[in-house]
Structures are given as C-alpha cells and as structure tokens.
Ligand binder design. Structure first.
Ligand SMILES: [Mn+2]
Length: 435
C-alpha cells in the first residue's frame, strides 16, 4: 500500500460515533464511488467516497458498509461487503483485498463478498424500522452524474416503500467535522509533503519558467513522497492570472517582476491539505507587492486567532471582513468615508476579496461540516484571505490549515515559510545553488 491507513481502532471509533446518532431500529448503508468512465475502454483513477473511507478505510471499488446496531444476530450488526477477487482479476488488475485483509483493516468482524449484498438486505430489512440512506448534501455540490449510492438508494426505496427513511448525511457532517487524533496526524502528513513541494518550488522558480513547469515540480514531490497526487486541481497563476480565482490552465510564462499565486495541496491516505503561497517570480517583492502581501498576512494572522470554540462561522467571516476593510483603506484601495456609508449587505471590500476566508478540511478539501453550529475543538479549517487587484495584475492569497483546540488553535503549517524575508532568503539560496 502506498500510504499508511488509520488504525482499525480509529475506524471502530468512527463507527461508534455514527451509531450514537442512530434511532432505534436504524439500518444504515454506505456505498463506494463508481469507477468513472472517460471514453472507449478508458476510466478515471478510482476515488473512494469519503464517508465509507471514514467509517472503514476500505479504499476499493464496489465495497459496501452496512451498520445495523439493533440487528438480532450480533454478526449482522456490522457487515462489510468487498468485491470478490479471482485469479483473472489478480492477473489483469492486481491483488484485491481478501475478506481477512478487509476485516483487519476496518475492524469489521463480518466480511462478505459484494455479491451477497442483495440477499443480505432481503434478510435484514424486515428487522429494521428505519433505513438510513446517505446522500451528498454538501452546500456546493453540483453534478449531473448519478452516484452508485444514488442508484442503490433508489432500489432500496422501491423495494421497501413502507420503511421510514432517515438521512445519514447530517450525522456524517457532524462527526466528520471533529477530527480524531489519527485523522489530524494524517492531515499533518499530507501538509508535510505539501511543504516540501513548496520548498522545491522556491528553489526552482525563476523568470521565464512556465506555470505548468511549477505544477510539474509540485507533482513530482508529491508522488515521490507516497501521495497519489493533488487533493484538487492546482492553481498556478502568475501576474494577472492570480486574479482568476479558479485558474487551472496553468499555461502562461512566469514573468520577471510578477508574483505567482500557487494554491495546491497533496492528498495522503485520502486526506487533503490545502496551501496557498504567493511569491515573486524573480525572488524579490517590489515595495507595492510587499505592502499588499503584508496586508493579507496581517489579516490571516488576526483571522486565525478568531477561530475559537463557540464562535459561529458567519460571525467569524463578518469579523474577517472588517479586518480586510481596514487593510484595504490602508492600501488606498477603499475610501474610509465610502466604507462608513456602505450597504452592509454589499460591503465594499468584496471588490478586492470576493471569496470566503475559511472552509472545513479533511477527507474532502472542501470538507463537510456544520456551518450553522458553533466552531468546536478538533475542527480543521483553512484560513485564506486574499487581495486581488486586476488593474495592477496583482493577486495575493496566503492559506494555512488550522486545528481548533479547547482554547485556541494549532497552526498545522508552522514551519512552512510565509514571511516576506523568509521567502526572499530561501529564493536567494535557491539561485545560489543553481549558479
Ligand atoms: Mn482552500
């Protein structure tokens, strides 16, 4: 295996957390993602559904997890179904998990082949009062493609129209938002690799290199460190491109005198990291670039301190907006009198800072979590303010990943350079090494 999974004890703990929220007689089913087609006989690399990953760590297609704590027979209270392997599959696709391996990895005692799923449902559904079905309730989900889970849910609802249906998604959002200790370690591992890639870029960057060459350096560092690659499509935007928030073509030259904004993070063992750094292509910030950079950095540092247990995320975002307002006035981009008279529903700072400051991070880069409940210990957030000035071809974002503790925060990016002086010094060293 390329990565070290979490321990079976942690997967057991994750399932125990889920069970705490089930009503009596509830039976929950979780499905893997499909292997998505490209064209002809091509397919995309498999990407496991985050919830099944969280509950049992089985990173293999066609796996199903059934949780039914009130089942009559204790053997039926947790069942994992995995794809039946064969000598032919072993030759063409390589080894798949045996039932013993799947049991050891997940800590689930009863492991059956996926082919036994339908008969098992037929046997157990009559014992259940509620069917807990999972669905994608992420605030920003938008896809026309039906998942394997959606298809299987339809079948279950058609087969058992008189069972009451319950939603697993709100439970998953709740329990996944507060990370267990091993999850934090896994995220830290991903961040460590991402930090190495950033150091590599600082040594590599010089006027004339293409944005995709920077991307290639990052990808190289990720893969050689046991990551399967990017947790999301990386953004490498130099000059004006830094102002295009979801710029992913990465096909322009990095020019002398410009800054380059790099938003990237590796995936490790299913967990994401999410870094943004903005650095001068030639190794030295101009006075204007330095001023705007330090304004963003001050907002980032102050915003981080606001992420405390008990705070609501909308209040937090409002406070960060006020911090940003002050900095934009200081930079001469906003007028103090105009800000005083602004429509509170349409704050003026949004002209230069148009995205949110923080999102949950975990198995998904924009992880699930409860946006209308207070921040709690164990949550991991990004903190990523930015200032974008297209007319100056200048865009700056700085992003760290933060763990909320009982009474403060831990910056999981501690040690990854972000001060102007550190970045300039490291880039100067890199030039010396090349010369
Ligand atoms: Mn982010």
């Amino acid at each position: 295996m390329r990565y070290k999974p979490l321990s079976a004890a942690t997967y057991r703990e994750h399932r125990a957390r889920f069970r705490q929220h089930l009503e009596k007689g509830g039976m929950a089913v979780f499905h893997s993602n499909d292997i998505m087609p490209t064209s002809a006989d091509g397919s995309m690399p498999f990407h496991q559904a985050a919830d099944i990953m969280y509950l049992c760590g089985i990173d293999q297609e066609e796996s199903i997890l059934l949780l039914f704590p009130d089942a009559y027979d204790p053997k039926d209270r947790e069942i994992l179904f995995v794809r039946e392997t064969s000598p032919t599959i072993a030759i063409w696709e390589g080894a798949k998990l045996t039932q013993q391996e799947a049991g050891a990895l997940s800590g689930v005692a009863t492991v059956l082949w996926t082919t036994a799923y339908e008969a098992t449902i037929k046997r157990l559904a009559p014992q259940a009062a509620h069917l807990y079905l999972n669905s994608n309730e992420h605030l920003r989900q938008s896809t026309e493609v039906e998942t394997r889970e959606v298809r299987r849910n339809k079948e279950l609802r058609a087969l058992y129209p008189l069972h009451s249906i319950r939603r697993s998604a709100p439970i998953m959002h709740r329990i996944r938002s507060r990370k267990t200790a091993e999850e934090v370690e896994q995220i830290k591992h991903a961040i460590g690799i991402t930090g190495k890639a950033f150091q590599r870029v600082l040594r590599f960057l010089r006027p004339g290199v293409m944005e995709y060459e920077v991307e290639a350096e990052i990808t190289h560092e990720f893969i050689r460190n046991g990551s399967r690659g990017h947790a999301y499509t990386p953004i490498i935007g130099s000059g004006y491109n830094a102002c295009v928030l979801h710029y992913i073509t990465n096909d322009a030259a990095c020019n002398n005198g410009d800054l380059v904004l790099m938003d990237f993070g590796c995936e490790y063992g299913g967990y994401a990291s999410d870094l943004t750094r903005t650095v001068p292509v030639n190794g030295t910030f101009s006075p204007r670039q330095r001023d705007v950079y330090n304004a963003v950095l001050r907002v980032q540092k102050e915003a981080t301190k606001l992420l405390l247990p008990g705070v609501f995320l909308d209040q937090y975002h409002k406070q960060v907006g006020e911090l940003m307002e002050r900095e934009l006035i200081g930079l001469g981009l906003l007028d103090k009198a105009a800000v005083a008279k602004q429509d509170p529903a349409k704050p003026l700072y949004k002209k230069y800072f148009m995205h949110g400051t923080s999102h949950f991070l975990g198995l998904d880069v924009h992880d699930v979590g409860l946006w209308t409940e207070p921040i709690a210990e164990g949550m991991v957030f990004t903190v990523e303010p930015g200032i974008y000035i297209p007319e100056e071809k200048l865009g700056i974002r700085i992003e760290n990943n933060i763990l909320v503790t009982k009474d403060g925060q831990i910056d999981l990016f501690a040690g990854i350079p972000r001060e102007v002086e550190e970045i300039e010094a490291l880039m100067a060293q890199g030039k010396k090494a090349v010369a």
